[in-house]
Ligand binder design. Sequence first.
Ligand code: HEM
Length: 485
Amino acid sequence: MAGPKLAASTKWYEFYYDVVKSPGGQFFYKLSEMHDKYGPIVRLNPHEIHIRDPAFFDTLYAPNPTVRHKYPPSTEMAGLPFGTHGTVDHHTHKQRRMANSRMFSKRAVASAQSLIHGHIERLAQVFESKCGTDEPIDMQTTFLAYTTDVIYHYMFNIQAGYQNNPEAAKSWRHSMEAVAQATPFSKQFPWLNARLLTLPTWILQPMLRQIQPDLAGLLGAHKLMADIVSSYVKNRNSQDKESGKTDIKPETIFHSIDQSNLPPLEKTPLRLYQEGLTVLFAGGETGSRLLAHTIFHLLENPDVLSKVKQEIIEAAGDSNQVPDVKILETLPWLTASVRESLRLRAATTSRLPLVLNQDLFYKDWMIPAGTPVSMSHGDILHNDEIFPEAMKFKPERWFDPTEQQKKMYVPFGKGTRMCIGAEFAYIEMYMSLATIMCRFDLELFDTNWERDVAYSRDCFLGEASPSSPGIRVKVRGDNKRFKKD
Ligand code: HEM
């Protein structure tokens, strides 16, 4: 297998690019260079193979019943082996995912529109409070507070209240940033997080405060989840097991797991706690970025923005209410803009390794069973041959997409491990975008693509430059459209 000899002989090669070379998380660029030099299949470290060939994506990330395990070091780094995302074994994962699935069905998520509306009202108040002032809004913090509040409410029936507490929201955002910064390091020492999380809080908290105070803030989320689970478990025995079993949406994700066919060992407090954290971490940051990036692109492209606004306002007709999600999803410019924003930012920059029980064949190569093999979404979503001028925001490409473009649209991944929250992300996104963009006139404040939007580091999700103050806007006017009386 081709690739630099040094990379094939030691993991310190990757360590150098991810941890030592400023600003960290640089190995994914090196990986691209390896492919430019050695071709579509390379050995990137002593254990792993990486493939850059969109045509192979469906084979590697195949759906059930094809068996695909995760590669333990790639899942260990989050320290949540009992959550779906951290589950290595294919069959265990399948069962755990099935137990969660009632929370994520299209019908269940659509039924949550009024719950989401409540949080959008609060979001609109933030924009309203800055209207006409010169104070910019940091969109990622504001939207993270929104997506986090929505997840806590929908998944755990809890009011987390980040939107009502700007200091808590800022500190949560800093914690998420700190996790991202630490990811290139934890990728090299994946066992570290899991070990750290076994320490008692009275040791861990002061220790983390010394290393990185924002990381210590993360323990607040762990403590809150432990409390939510403990209160759920306390009441669990007094609840009628059948209650809510036929509802479109179970009350919480824990009800969904409890009412599933999983065996009792899969319903322990530790399992619930880790699944809860998995969903919280997987859904907050991704959704808030998508929102901030889409607004960035719309403000950079005023002609597209005016078409998006116009079609939403026309769909609303005489009503002063945001159209139903079923209608929003049919609006061509809105849908195309969201798709394009997701494609352009290719959320997950990290390679996503899988392990097979059998040998895998790629062209003339035979990859022995048990070898971790990965591909990267950016290699597909930013491929100029599939998406001409791939790094440009061109929503109109989605009006008449080729079969290949439709097939290669993979921001949520594919196969057994693909995102389970895509419907949730879309609904949360369509409803808030429609409200914020139609109600307020926004303008970008000191924000540009190179520094603030394009990624410069692989921290599992792609991170903008460390010098970025974030994507910021000023609110120039309030049209009062979709404002609740
Ligand atoms: C723009 C938004 C989002 C993007 C681009 C995105 C992308 C992804 C990707 C690529 C994966 C697969 C990762 C892997 O194979 O390691 C994933 C998994 C996952 N996502 Fe998302 N996601 C988004 C929003 C959400 C939301 C809103 C939720 C929950 C409310 C969520 C929950 C999950 C979960 C639980 C998994 C693990 C699934 C499993 O292993 O079965 N995601 N996401």
